[in-house]
Every structure is written in structure tokens, then in C-alpha cells.
Design a protein. Structure first.
Length: 253
């Protein structure tokens, strides 16, 4: 059986979740859960980075994005309460697939997940996108009350034009700028500027890649209260998240 056949098999893709936490003083609560896709178990594409490199080389991002969304929504049924779910979608999918919003609506209905709980997180912005269909796809998603997040802000194609055109609700600051920011005033300046920009555009910043208490203190000191990273919680299945007590308090935006 080919790797592609393994991917499209039922349960070929699996999902783990990593929380995005809201920090308020010494308290933290789960703001949303980012769904992270894993490839077929026991294959050389089980790791997500290898999986999606394989998918991009085959130009089949749209198909796999929808398979991953379906897998994530099925796994999310085991999450207690009604947490927000951040689902990764390639910019290429938004650009090429004019049926994405409709497909998402069907998948959410099949899994009894209200669309207002969904955040579409735009990933892999290169090669440069041409624009019109991507923006039309975003407009359709917003008409369904879906929120938009932009991943890896500060790197590559996640630039000012992408921010301006996509008008995301969440700007996710790349870990390159967050890691070590407690000891680097230049990194702090970049993080602060992105956080300020997010607020001025009517959104919020999320600091990704938190692995050090000092970095956590630094970003919260800059006014960022949405954070994500291994220090706070490793990616886990919905069952494991329940067992470690992450889901005891879930906030809605």
C-alpha cells in the first residue's frame, strides 16, 4: 500500500491537541485547543513536518487539510465542554479550494461542533499566494462566524501584506522571537510591536513556543495574555488532556 493510500484510509490521520492558554495573574485557563495532525502510525510520514512536506510536494494540501479537519473534529467530540478549536489550513488550500467553507460547515454539522467554536489557522504561506480566491475563502468563513488566525507572524510570507489582507483575529508570534526574549531586548521589541499591531487591528496576539518561565514572564509583562508552548502543556490526545486536568476550566473568547 502506498503512503498516499495510508493517508486516506479511515483513521489514517490522527490528532493531538495543544492548548492556547489565557494568563490572568497567577491563573491560567484554556482559551482554545490547536489541532495538530499526525501521519499514519508506523510510517516515515508519521511526524507532522514530514507528512506535510510529502503532501506539499504532491500539491494535495486541500485534500489532506479536509481529512485532517475531519479527524480533528471527530477527536474533539471527546473534549468536555465547548472549547474553541484551532484548525490548521494551508494558504494554498484557501487559494485553490473555493468549496472550503461549505466543506467545513458540513464536517462541523456531522460532528455537532458549532462553527462559532472554530478558528482557522493559516499555515505555510509560501510560495506567495495570488490573493483573490484566498480572500474570498476568508470572507466565506467569516460569514459562518469562523475566526481567523495567522501562524508564524514575523517570518517568511506572514508579512504586513498578509496581515493587512487577511485581517486575522489572532496573530501568532513565531517562537523564533519568543524563545529567549527575556534576555534579548531586540526580540522583546519585535514581540511588543506585533502585540501592539494586533490590538490596533482589532485582534489579539498569541505568543508561541513558550518553553521557559522567564520568557512567559517577559511576554505577559508586555501585555500578551494568550500563550502556547511545551512549558505549559505538550500536545496530547483528548483523553490525555482530561487525565492531566487541562480541561477543568475552559474559557470562551
Amino acid at each position: 500500500m502506498s503512503l498516499w493510500d495510508r493517508i486516506v484510509e479511515p483513521d489514517g490521520l490522527t490528532t493531538v491537541f495543544q492548548p492556547i492558554f489565557r494568563i490572568a495573574g497567577k491563573q491560567r485557563s484554556a482559551y482554545a485547543f490547536e489541532a495538530l495532525t499526525r501521519g499514519p502510525k508506523g510510517t516515515n510520514i508519521e511526524r507532522s513536518d514530514v507528512l506535510f512536506e510529502y503532501v506539499r510536494r504532491k500539491h494535495r494540501e486541500s485534500e489532506v487539510d479536509l481529512l485532517a479537519i475531519g479527524a480533528a473534529l471527530r477527536e474533539a467530540r471527546d473534549l468536555p465542554g465547548e472549547p474553541s478549536l484551532s484548525l490548521n489550513v494551508h494558504a494554498a488550500t484557501l487559494e485553490r479550494d473555493d468549496s472550503l467553507a461549505g466543506s467545513l460547515a458540513v464536517l462541523c454539522a456531522e460532528n455537532a461542533v458549532p462553527l462559532e467554536r472554530i478558528i482557522i489557522e493559516i499555515v505555510e504561506h509560501a510560495p506567495p499566494w495570488s490573493g483573490p480566491q484566498l480572500l474570498a475563502s476568508l470572507a466565506e468563513l467569516r460569514s459562518l462566524d469562523v475566526r481567523i488566525a495567522l501562524d508564524d507572524v514575523g517570518l517568511g510570507q506572514s508579512n504586513f501584506r498578509m496581515i493587512l489582507d487577511c485581517h486575522p483575529n489572532l496573530l501568532k508570534i513565531d517562537r523564533h522571537f519568543v524563545h529567549g526574549c527575556h534576555a534579548d531586548p531586540h526580540r522583546c521589541a519585535v514581540v511588543q510591536s506585533i502585540a501592539d499591531l494586533a490590538v490596533r487591528l482589532g485582534g489579539q496576539a498569541v505568543a508561541e513556543g513558550i518553553e521557559d518561565e522567564r520568557d512567559l514572564k517577559a511576554v505577559t509583562g508586555l501585555g500578551i495574555d494568550l500563550v502556547q508552548g511545551y512549558l505549559l502543556c505538550l500536545p496530547r490526545s483528548s483523553k490525555d488532556l482530561r487525565e492531566v486536568g487541562v480541561l477543568e476550566e475552559v474559557t470562551r473568547p
